[in-house]
Design a protein. Structure first.
Length: 459
């Protein structure tokens, strides 16, 4: 008998810009990603090939798929007129998933701010954009909630409270976050996104009470480099502000004491209205969700005690000599995954939904036509699924799902096609009929056994 509950969700996650393609088709408006280097014009052409991919996912044993609705495909200018063709595409995608026995999960935002809102308002730095996002979310929810149970507002919401939050909102990053005035801008953006999350949660629950929604964090557990108290304190502070803040607020409906005390110590007063705080207090999150790829190790050597919280994740990072890493330096740590799942459940009291996990690797189709032997991917996922089972069986964590990242190859978030995560190879280089052809790798059959056995057959 599986240690994981009946109805456990197994599947795949993607973003719209890395999957859909068709950037200038179907009435889509421009987003900030079109102004960055990368393969966004066609991505993997999911806009035209989603039915083929859904069949592959069903064959792989998946029963859940998290896709993102592109804001600028649904509302091309970010506010105003709704593009029916864009809504119809996402509805057709949801319908086809359901027909294949796969529960759709909708993510409303994954770093693709409509260009007009970025240029006019600086994205989520503006409360006007918060209002526009909530209106966009209502449009998508009203169309899809009658058939989609699982919802997510923001991919990796904690990143919005860091300097890169400006980049993913399409606005210039403040030059000196060490200055309290600049840091306040970063933290204000994070608050604005939390308000948007709360208002969407409240709208969904008030109008579609059978639906489930939660907040998501890009969780990277941080170890002290040594038992030195300064190293331990730095690791603790970095985890608080870079990993835990969003999940803590989602669980309790209020900002934690470590955060409010920090604002006072820095002399920062954020624009938080009584209505906004009431919306946050009223929100209900049905699960706590995360992406998990790696852990990190921190040393306080050379790190100032006055380092702003919003940049702690960039300070003191050193290589952990006790774990392996892939060629991009991402440290492979399944025990860190177990600890993360267990601590999230203990700290929030919410069911945990693991929404991204995987390893990137350079791959090419063998010249002899044989299958790609991605045993390294099998090993990575085997070890992480075992760690998840231990979190459930040995630590008492309640985990409701495990979704891999990009299990049908997609361009990486930087737009290149070198780092592949999938069990299905997508041939970007081929021309003619073979262009973007899907070819299962060795891991495809392994995932099928793992998923269909509810995590029991991991050989």
């Amino acid at each position: 008998m599986s240690v994981l509950p009946k109805g456990f969700l197994w599947g795949n996650s993607v973003s719209s810009m890395q999957y859909d393609g068709a950037q200038h088709q179907g009435g889509k408006g421009p987003s900030v990603y079109e102004h960055k280097q990368g393969a966004w014009e066609e991505a993997v052409d999911g806009y035209h090939r989603f039915r083929e991919d859904n069949e592959l996912m069903a064959e792989m044993g998946m029963n859940c798929y998290r896709f993102q609705t592109s804001w600028s495909r649904v509302i091309p200018a970010g506010e105003g007129a709704v593009n029916e063709e864009g809504l119809a595409y996402y509805e057709a995608l949801a319908d086809d998933l359901i027909a294949n026995g796969i529960a759709p999960m909708v993510c409303l935002y994954h770093f693709d701010m409509p260009l007009a809102l970025a240029e006019k308002f600086g994205g989520f730095a503006s409360k006007h954009v918060v209002d526009a996002f909530v209106e966009y979310a209502k449009v998508v929810i009203d169309r899809l909630a009658p058939k989609v149970k699982w919802w997510l507002t923001f991919n990796e919401q904690n990143l919005h409270g860091l300097p890169m939050g400006f980049d993913i909102s399409g606005a210039p990053i403040p030059e000196n976050p060490a200055d309290p005035a600049s840091e306040a801008k970063v933290l204000q953006l994070g608050h604005n996104v939390m308000v948007a999350h709360a208002r969407v949660c409240n709208y969904l629950h008030e109008n579609y009470p059978d639906c489930k929604i939660g907040g998501m964090c890009a969780f990277t557990p941080i170890y002290p480099a040594t038992p030195a108290p300064a190293d331990v304190l730095l690791a603790t502070q970095a985890e608080r502000f870079c990993d835990w803040l969003v999940l803590d607020v989602c669980a309790t409906g209020r900002y934690p004491a470590y955060y409010t005390a920090y604002l006072r110590s820095r002399g920062i007063e954020l624009d938080m209205t009584a209505d906004e705080l009431a919306d946050i207090a009223r929100m209900k999150n049905d699960f706590a969700s995360l992406s998990y790829y790696r852990s990190q190790c921190f040393s306080a050597d050379g790190v100032s005690a006055d380092t702003p919280a919003c940049v702690l994740g960039d300070a003191g990072h050193v290589k952990n000599p006790l774990v392996e890493a892939n060629e991009w330096g991402w440290e492979i740590d399944p025990l860190g995954y177990r600890r993360t799942l267990s601590e999230i459940y203990e700290r929030t009291g919410l069911p945990v939904f693991s929404l991204e996990n995987g390893i990137g690797w350079r791959e090419e189709l063998p010249a002899d036509g044989s299958m790609i032997d991605d045993e390294y991917r099998i090993s990575y996922h085997r070890d992480h699924i075992k760690a998840m089972r231990d979190a459930v069986e040995k630590d008492g964590a309640r985990v409701i799902g495990y979704l891999g990242w990009g299990l049908i190859d997609i361009p990486s978030s930087s737009g290149d096609i070198e780092k592949r995560y999938g069990a299905v190879y997508v041939d970007y280089a081929a021309e003619g009929e073979g262009h973007l052809a899907r070819t299962p790798k060795k891991s495809f059959a392994w995932f099928k056994r793992a998923f269909e056995s509810n995590g029991e057959d991991l050989a």
